[in-house]
Each structure stands twice: as structure tokens, then as C-alpha cells.
Design a protein around this ligand. Structure first.
Ligand SMILES: [Zn+2]
Length: 277
């Protein structure tokens, strides 16, 4: 599933090819992709609109239009945005098509059909429950320490909770906990000052590095706007490396299920708290 670094990569790539372009027409092949307004209204309101900006908040892409409305896109499990010509349309699973005034076409392809789009005047209506942006200047160590001290849940599910922190998913939560040398089962409010600082810096570091490497592609699940892959899969230290030796200590990486999600960690570098399997 695309997480913050993948969505950031897509947003940056769309900036260079969408800003200033006018959407001439929209085709909808899977109406449930459109969360709001109705599919007919979505097509009517978008046609003729010029793109003013492209940004990201958490795992949402934001396409701002000159008319004042914003198109929000959440890729969820398998959504992809591919910019191509009408002749090189993806063969399968195209749910929405945006035709642009320079003859290029933006395809929304989504095998699992969980991806969603919203066309709204006020994006806050969709984004209001999101927690802070982990890479923003406002997100200081002090702010993170205040947030985490109030939480009694285990670290891994907490990091996946978008109202706690926006943008992390399964890959970068596992990688950040490994870098911080914290077991995924640790209770959030049990962390001391040094552990909170390690986790804060690990989250920002791993996200920053993954953006530099254009995100993580596994099994072709995430692709860049031109259809190419990210590069961070080669730098993962625990995610999907079950049984492989830890790069720090050579102990075999383990996988457990925590909060319904596969969770990867080094049992030596990330010692388990009491009562955790
Ligand atoms: Zn280790």
C-alpha cells in the first residue's frame, strides 16, 4: 500500500506534468471510486478545470483547481496514477480516466477497487481527523513526546493510526521501530526520554530516505507516474525479510501478527517487553 513517501513521490511528479493543464473530460469506469459528489456531478464539475497545484497530506493526494475546488485521491491498497498517451492505456483495472488539454491522459488504475476520490470545496472536511505531518517543521521532538505520553496502546498499531500521525503504514512503521530499537509491542507511554527521541528521529529519517529513493515497490504494487518502480525496497532492514539475518546482529528477523498486521522485527535489537510473545 502506498504510504507517505510513495504519495509524496507521486505528488512531486504530478506537479511537473499537471500544473497549468486543463482537464478536458473525465471517464468513470467504476463509479464507487468517487466518494463525493455523484459520478455525474464529478465529471461535470471537473471538465474544463485547470490544475493550480498538487500536494499531499498524510496518504492523500491533493489536486487544487483554479476554480477553488480540490480533488482528493487516496490510493488505498492498489491505486496507481499513470500518465500516458491515449494509445498506451493500461490494459486492465482502469477505474477513472482524466483527459488533459495537451493530449496526455492520467489513468487511475486500481486492482482492488479500494481507492477513493473526493471533489470538495473544503479539503478539511475529508482530512479533519488526520494527525500531524511527521516531516513538517511544526512536528518537533517536544510535540511528539507530548503526543506519545498520552497513549497507552502498543507502538505498532499506534504508528499506523492516522489520527495519531499521518502517513505511516506497515512498511515504514516496522522500519522506524527497528531503527529506534523498540519492540512493536511496547506500550507507548512506557518509553523513556531517550527512546522517544530515537523513535522520533527514526520516523523522520526513514521517511526522508524513502522519499529520496522514490518509495518502495513490492510485487509491482506501487509505481511512479511513468510506470517505473521506486528504489527503497533495496534499503529495507526488516520489512518482508523474515528469516534473513539482522544487519546489526545477524539474528534472524521474525514476523508476528499485531493488530491484524504482519509485523517484522529483530528479537535481539528490539527486546520484547514482559508479557509479549
Ligand atoms: Zn538485530
Amino acid at each position: 500500500m502506498p504510504e507517505l513517501p510513495e504519495v509524496e513521490t507521486i505528488a512531486c511528479e504530478l506537479q511537473s506534468c499537471l500544473i497549468g493543464r486543463t482537464i478536458t473530460a473525465v471517464e468513470i469506469h467504476w463509479p464507487r471510486t468517487i466518494a463525493t459528489p455523484s459520478p455525474a456531478e464529478f465529471k461535470r464539475r471537473l471538465s474544463g478545470q485547470t490544475v493550480q497545484g498538487v500536494g499531499r497530506r498524510g496518504k492523500f493526494l491533493l489536486v487544487r483547481l483554479l476554480g477553488g475546488a480540490t480533488l482528493l485521491i487516496h490510493l488505498r491498497m492498489s491505486g496507481r496514477l499513470l500518465l500516458a498517451s491515449p494509445e498506451s492505456s493500461p490494459e486492465k483495472h482502469v477505474r477513472v480516466v482524466f483527459f488533459l488539454d495537451d493530449e496526455s491522459v492520467l489513468y487511475f488504475q486500481d486492482t482492488r477497487k479500494f481507492g477513493r476520490m473526493w471533489l470538495v470545496d473544503d479539503p478539511q472536511l475529508v482530512l479533519d481527523k488526520l494527525g500531524p505531518e511527521p516531516l513538517s517543521d511544526d512536528f518537533t521532538l517536544e510535540a511528539f513526546a507530548r503526543l506519545i505520553a498520552k497513549r497507552s496502546g502498543r507502538l505498532k498499531p499506534l504508528l499506523l493510526n492516522q489520527s495519531f500521525l499521518a502517513g505511516l503504514g506497515n512498511i515504514y512503521a516496522d522500519e522506524a521501530l527497528f531503527r529506534a530499537r523498540l519492540h512493536p509491542c511496547r506500550q507507548a507511554n512506557s518509553l523513556d526520554e531517550a527512546e522517544i527521541s530515537r523513535l522520533y528521529h527514526a520516523i523522520r529519517q526513514v521517511l526522508g530516505e524513502a522519499i529520496t529513493r522514490q518509495g518502495t515497490t513490492f510485487d509491482g504494487s506501487y509505481q511512479r507516474v511513468d510506470g517505473s518502480s521506486g528504489d527503497f525496497q533495496h534499503s529495507l532492514r526488516v520489512y518482508q525479510r523474515t528469516g534473513e539475518p539482522c544487519q546489526n546482529c545477524s539474528t534472524a528477523i521474525e514476523r508476528i501478527t499485531l493488530g491484524g498486521r504482519g509485523t517484522h522485527f529483530c528479537p535481539r535489537c528490539q527486546p520484547a517487553p514482559q508479557g509479549c510473545p
